[in-house]
Design a protein around this ligand. Structure first.
Ligand SMILES: [Zn+2]
Ligand SMILES: [Zn+2]
Length: 464
């Protein structure tokens, strides 16, 4: 519309500009584009002295609020005609997440601001009847007596509880099962599906106002490693050691897996630095002139994205050669750690194979000679439920990892990533031998140039 001569000076009957409406619509790219024209300021108000920050707070759009607070674009203490700050507006709407962002940014002094009716944000929140208002009232009550310059910080208690829940839950079930003797197997069969359901039904973010990335899947991986190693060293190794050379290989390999796990957790996944942003564009107008997608501008990092780069909302980073956000590692897989990730998965496949093989050898060793009837098998599984349960879980994980590895190798062999992969490009025409060579060279040398598939312009950003 701007290219076709739309008049940017037009305001509506309430004096709202195009920028006000872009803020209400939640389109950060449009807001940034309008600001670039130099015809709008973030301090512009309508005839009721409502600022863009008031509007963002009223819609509950946390990303827009963060954008408007960045680089002090909007004054947090600005009041409208009724003397309400943006915190008053958010509190009246019961928007817990927006109130939390505003409090973190400004400190507790905003809690004591009164509008022209003499009401504080806490008063307004207390007048609301919804669950969110009740949740917000509890939150604001917690900070009302804090010093005015105190800035609340995220609490990590729930994060770490969630992280270690699978490990502790699994340990509790195994402990209960061990106390019930031969009924332990039945208890495991009942409680492990419940544990799995409570883990895999969770969202990508912890459902509190802090909206932290949910570490439950990383906790599941840690639980799997912890319980498998514990079972391996406590139960399996003493029974077989040192009769089987397989055990000695396993010890070395589990150490390797642990080292790779630690490394993949701390390695830079390929964060897009400001210096690496696409140099062809310096403003959104450049995108419009060159007929490029607005998605090339990341409104969260405020960077112009090169090809095959995507912003991950959970990591809050733009990732080069983005592959996927791995929930089990709670971080992205991209240019910086793709090779490391593949090697880690390969090592995990081998570790699971070793565990399953040694567990089968252990269970076979426990069967009395000449007596392999069904009833003896059931008695064996009931008595050796610890090894039997972990063997089953490791075997299921192994199947999933083989599928994952196949998908990953397919993407690497075709010169793309699993996110940007699209059938039909020429790389898919490579022979099987060429594809294997590409994968092996990638694993050995690491460097590669992602070129297949799409650049991401036609893809819908994954909202996680
Ligand atoms: Zn970004
Ligand atoms: Zn991520």
């Amino acid at each position: 519309m701007m290219q076709h001569g739309a008049d940017l000076h037009i305001t509506d009957l309430q004096g709202k500009t195009a920028m006000h409406h872009a803020v209400m619509g939640g389109n950060i790219v449009a807001v940034h584009y309008l600001w670039e024209t130099g015809m709008f300021r973030f301090s512009d108000t309508d005839m009721y002295r409502v600022t863009p920050l008031h509007l963002a707070a009223s819609t509950g759009n946390t990303e827009m609020v963060r954008y408007l607070l960045r680089e002090q674009r909007c004054a947090v203490e600005a009041v409208d005609q009724q003397g309400a700050t943006s915190l008053h507006v958010a509190a009246e709407r019961g928007s817990v997440e927006v109130c939390w962002i505003l409090l973190q940014r400004t400190g507790c002094r905003m809690l004591h601001e009164r509008n022209h009716s003499g009401l504080t944000p806490l008063d307004l929140s207390g007048q609301g009847k919804t669950f969110r208002h009740q949740q917000l009232t509890m939150l604001l009550n917690r900070y009302i007596n804090e010093p005015r310059d105190h800035k609340p910080r995220d609490s990590n208690i729930l994060y770490y509880w969630t992280l270690f829940f699978p490990t502790l839950g699994g340990a509790a079930i195994l402990l209960i099962a061990s106390m019930l003797g031969s009924y332990g197997g039945i208890v495991c069969c009942l409680l492990f599906p419940w544990l799995a359901r409570s883990i895999f039904s969770q969202y990508h973010r912890i459902t509190t106002y802090q909206r932290l990335p949910n570490p439950i899947y990383l906790g599941t991986l840690i639980a799997g490693l912890f319980h498998s190693l514990l079972c391996f060293y406590e139960q399996i190794v003493p029974s077989l050691w040192p009769t089987s050379p397989l055990i000695q290989v396993s010890v070395v390999h589990f150490l390797l897996v642990f080292g790779l796990f630690c490394k993949v957790l701390i390695h830079n996944p390929g964060k897009l630095e400001r210096a690496d942003a696409d140099p062809r564009f310096s403003c959104i107008a450049d995108l419009v002139v060159q007929n490029q997608s607005p998605q090339r501008f990341c409104p969260y990092c405020e960077l112009f994205l090169p090809d095959f780069t995507k912003h991950c909302k959970l990591c809050d980073l733009c990732i080069r050669d983005y592959d996927h956000h791995c929930l089990f590692l709670n971080r992205c897989i991209g240019q910086g750690n793709h090779r490391l990730f593949l090697i880690f998965i390969l090592s995990m496949v081998i570790a699971h194979l070793l565990f399953v093989a040694t567990a089968i050898a252990y269970l076979l060793d426990k069967i009395p000679p000449g007596g392999r009837s069904l009833s003896r098998w059931l008695a064996l599984l009931g008595g050796e439920f610890w090894v039997a349960v972990l063997m089953s879980l490791n075997a299921l994980t192994l199947l999933w990892e083989v599928w994952l590895l196949r998908e990953q190798c397919d993407a690497v062999a075709t010169g793309t990533t699993t996110y940007f992969r699209l059938g039909g490009n020429s790389a898919h025409q490579r022979s099987l031998r060429q594809r294997w060579v590409t994968v092996i060279m990638f694993l050995l040398e690491g460097g590669r140039r992602v070129s297949g598939g799409q650049t991401g312009e036609g893809k819908t950003p994954t909202d996680i």
